[in-house]
Design a protein around this ligand. Sequence first.
Ligand code: E4P
Length: 280
Amino acid sequence: MFNSQRHEEILKVLEEKGSITVEELSKSLKVSPSTIRRDLEEMEGEGLLKRTHGGATRERKERVRGMKIFLDTANVEEIKKAKDFGIIDGVTTNPSSIAREGKSLEALIKEIINIIDGPICVEPVASETEKIVSEAEGLVRLHKNIVIKIPITPEGLKAVRSLSKKGIKTGVTLAFSSSQALLAAKAGATYCFPFMGRLDDIGQEGIDVVRDIVQIYRNYGFGTEVIVASIRNPLQVEKAALSGAGGVTIPFNVLEKLVKHPLTDEGIEKFLSDWKKVPK
Ligand code: E4P
């Protein structure tokens, strides 16, 4: 078992029982007490628990664990290339990105599912609650990783509530205000997608809305993750990361730009030209 898997297990036990001893963990996870002590020390450093004499207790402080990076496209070639970066957690699509591909929704989803093992967010196009729910149920039958993206409307909210009660993962999309995001969380959405870029486009600071949403979710301990959407450049990704959002969904061109820095390229060139002067 990898460290991260052990950490997940330890957190699960702490969620259930509130506290645990090193001895109990060492037995159940089949590793030495010193490995468990190291795990607990690391996890305490991350603010996930509190070490006690001979064990640990749950740390109540809310912490986002790792930042998710979703790819915001329905283009299979881009998804394949992005997957090779090794840092993509999932994919978000919308009716516009699907339409650009000239393939049926079902055919596209099946291709994407074979590439990325993570949440694949797909939007039903119905606008009435019952129809959204039945479209969503059809979509989740395609694969367990499908997440249903639903625009925030009164009908959409009811659909989110009903799907989340059935254990179907949802993401509230086209969110432009913290009050919309608050309702999304109350309805039990798995993710909330605030559209930062479209707010920036109309001269409003998208990041202010994102920060408010993150704060509101923290205030009340909502489990809904904020995935900042409608991203157009690396600066928006950096701002989203600083806000403490759970993640971002980014187009492929932004992923490429995130890696690049002119000083890195210049530095590599200099190293390589100097290397040529080393006697061989
Ligand atoms: C993803 O979930 C959204 O649909 C997407 O980020 C919207 O991006 P856009 O504003 O560039 O269309």
